[in-house]
Design a protein around this ligand. Structure first.
Ligand SMILES: NC(=O)C1=CN([C@@H]2O[C@H](COP(=O)(O)OP(=O)(O)OC[C@H]3O[C@@H](n4cnc5c(N)ncnc54)[C@H](O)[C@@H]3O)[C@@H](O)[C@H]2O)C=CC1
Ligand SMILES: NCC(=O)COP(=O)(O)O
Length: 321
């Protein structure tokens, strides 16, 4: 077992974050040391916990109780009913987690889901998600959001923006950085020495030779050719509708997609229970489950912790590597 725990943030306390963290601890306690950053009042009743003042205590107590690095919120919570007065505590927990990892007290960060609108309304949170906030906390670095499972890895080149904003946000500079950051991340975090990348087109049928959009002809295709000539195994632009079937998935290690849903629909359809969100490009390891806060089932004891378990396993494995 590693000497350092994975720091797990509470996420939105009215969502399923606390209960899947508790369930993941019960599953992984002998294998993946962790500490949970949050308010103990927000955990399901009956969860065995050990409050720790020093992250170093986590490994010692993790076998018998969920180590809790206490972070008091303004009050208790009702599952399924977000309370805007608790929003700042959610943001602060992420900062604490990053500090623990960057100071060497934790091996990696695993974040439970946040509710973006609740944080925006309750705490004036200026970021569309963890990914962008962590890029800032990591030193305003270029990051990519990857969703990964045993069956598929996808990267949306544009993330949390309106579909109508995608064409203007998808600049050659942005796409090149995403391709390069993904290749580096596959080498450094996944141990794939010569990563193979497939790039989706923006338009139906990758533009159909200009009949359904011209971005592929004008710059996406030429850029991919140029990057390929520099030695990276990158191909495309490919028709997004035909690049995710089983045989096609065998031909690449990650699919670079043009926008959020083009990337996330295939992986959540294939592997909703076991997909992991990993941020590449950060100076530390960060993973998260692929799902959100699930207010509709919070507190009912039916949330599936599998994605959280996979996220913790992946964080520990990447940190160890
Ligand atoms: N890493 C993060 O912080 C993420 C946060 N979100 C946020 O979560 C909020 C809610 O998003 P939604 O689109 O409603 O997606 P969601 O993933 O919260 O829920 C979609 C559906 O899947 C179900 N579901 C989700 N996780 C489940 C689990 N572990 N076990 C059983 N059923 C589960 C829910 O009950 C719901 O019916 C939004 O604010 C979104 O931005 C979404 C994805 C990731
Ligand atoms: N749809 C994925 C998602 O919302 C995850 O966002 P992030 O909070 O990890 O940036």
């Amino acid at each position: 077992m590693s000497a350092l725990p994975v720091a797990v943030t509470c996420g939105e306390p009215a969502g399923i974050g606390p209960e899947i963290a508790a369930a993941a601890w019960a599953e992984l306690k002998g294998d993946v040391p962790m500490l949970w950053i949050g308010d103990p009042r927000h955990l399901p009743g009956g969860t065995p916990i050990a409050e720790i003042a020093d992250p170093a205590e986590a490994v010692r107590v993790c076998d018998t109780a969920l180590p809790v690095f206490p972070h008091r919120f303004a009050g208790p919570v009702t599952p399924g009913t977000p309370d805007l007065s608790l929003a700042q505590g959610v943001v602060d927990a992420i900062r604490i987690g990053v500090d623990l990892v960057r100071s060497g007290s934790a091996s990696a960060l695993c974040t439970a889901p946040i509710h973006k609108k609740v944080l925006q309304d309750g705490a004036g949170f200026a970021y569309p998600g963890h990914t962008e906030f962590l890029a800032h906390l990591g030193g305003d670095v270029d990051v990519v959001m990857m969703l990964a499972s045993d069956q598929l890895r996808v990267v949306p080149a544009t993330i949390h923006i309106a579909l109508s904003d995608v064409p203007s946000a998808l600049t050659p500079g942005r796409l090149r950085r995403v391709i390069e950051t993904t290749a580096t991340g596959l080498r450094e975090r996944f141990g794939i020495a010569a990563p193979r990348l497939a790039v989706a087109g923006l338009n139906p049928h990758a533009g159909e030779g200009g009949a359904m959009g011209r971005e592929e002809l004008e710059w996406i295709g030429p850029m991919i050719d140029e990057i390929a000539q520099s030695g990276l195994d990158v191909s495309g632009p490919k028709s997004a509708d035909t690049m995710f079937h089983a045989a096609a998935r065998e031909t690449y290690d990650a699919a670079i997609c043009m926008y959020h849903d083009q990337a996330l629909i295939p992986i959540k359809t294939l592997d909703f229970d076991r997909g992991v969100n990993v941020t590449l490009g950060l100076p530390f390891v960060r993973t998260s489950p692929d799902h959100g806060t699930a207010f509709d089932i919070a507190g009912k004891g039916i949330a599936n912790p599998s994605s959280m378990i996979e996220a913790l396993r992946m964080a520990a494995k990447m940190a160890a590597a």
